[in-house]
Design a protein around this ligand. Structure first.
Ligand SMILES: Cc1cc2nc3c(=O)[nH]c(=O)nc-3n(C[C@H](O)[C@H](O)[C@H](O)COP(=O)(O)O)c2cc1C
Length: 215
């Protein structure tokens, strides 16, 4: 059997129209990247794609409300974040980017993002004018300053515009997979580095206390 990089991926789905493409993304993520997937969807996302459909691609029910439960998940914003090895927001709207950058937790997804101890990976999808706005760019910069990772989106035609020439940005499946793998390996290296420096630090502490015992 093929080994996946990640065991437990938590996907936070926000209300971009690109949420309708999510089943295809989830299939590729399961085939190429992760063993298990659990999903949080915002209320807007649930209007773009029914949770019943997303559930077909997940290893649990789809969690929308702070009070939703399953047999293994009693308090979703706590238990799901603890369960996850990695937290990916896909697609990330201007709204969830803004809330995350400013520590606003007014629904399940934004509260879970605040709870996350490990960096969160955001895959933005929106109209190009929205993406280039001062507010979104300021919030993206803040997310990166806080240690999160924002997938650089690519330009395509907007799904919702009535004028064909209006553009939208989105992650693109191959781009997303590549950046996800890069992010995962980077995090692994950081974790290994900090555990080896912890070992070195403990060894130094032991040596110092041995010296002071003798003195
Ligand atoms: C048809 C439609 C398509 C939308 N597509 C996007 C989108 O691609 N990106 C985005 O940031 N917002 C989009 N929005 C606006 C968001 O749904 C809206 O800002 C919402 O409050 C986002 O909430 P959430 O981030 O909690 O899901 C769209 C709205 C509609 C009605």
């Amino acid at each position: 059997m093929r080994e996946r990089m990640c065991d437990r991926l938590l996907v936070g789905v926000a209300g971009s129209v690109r949420a309708v493409q999510l089943p295809e993304y989830l299939q590729v993520l399961r085939a190429e990247f992760t063993e298990q997937i659990k999903i949080i969807a915002t209320r807007s996302a649930s209007r773009m794609i029914p949770p019943r459909i997303l559930e077909l691609y997940a290893d649990d029910r789809v969690f929308v409300d702070l009070w939703d439960r399953s047999p293994t998940v009693k308090v979703p914003h706590v238990n799901l974040v603890e369960w996850a090895e990695m937290f990916l927001i896909l697609p990330a709207t201007a709204s969830i980017i803004g809330k995350a950058a400013n520590g606003i937790g007014d629904d399940l997804l934004s509260t879970a993002v605040i709870m996350a101890r490990a960096p969160v990976l955001f895959a933005p999808a929106m109209n190009a004018d929205m993406w280039n706005s001062a507010a979104v760019q300021r919030n993206v910069a803040q997310l990166v300053r806080d240690g999160n990772y924002v997938v650089q989106p690519s330009l395509g035609l907007s799904v919702t515009s009535s004028q064909n020439k209006v553009h939208g940005v989105g992650p693109g499946i191959e781009n997303l997979l590549r950046q996800l793998q890069h992010f995962f390996l980077h995090r692994l290296q950081v974790a290994q580095l900090s555990s080896s420096s912890l070992v070195a630090h403990r060894a130094l502490e032991n040596e110092l206390s041995a010296v002071s015992d003798k003195g």
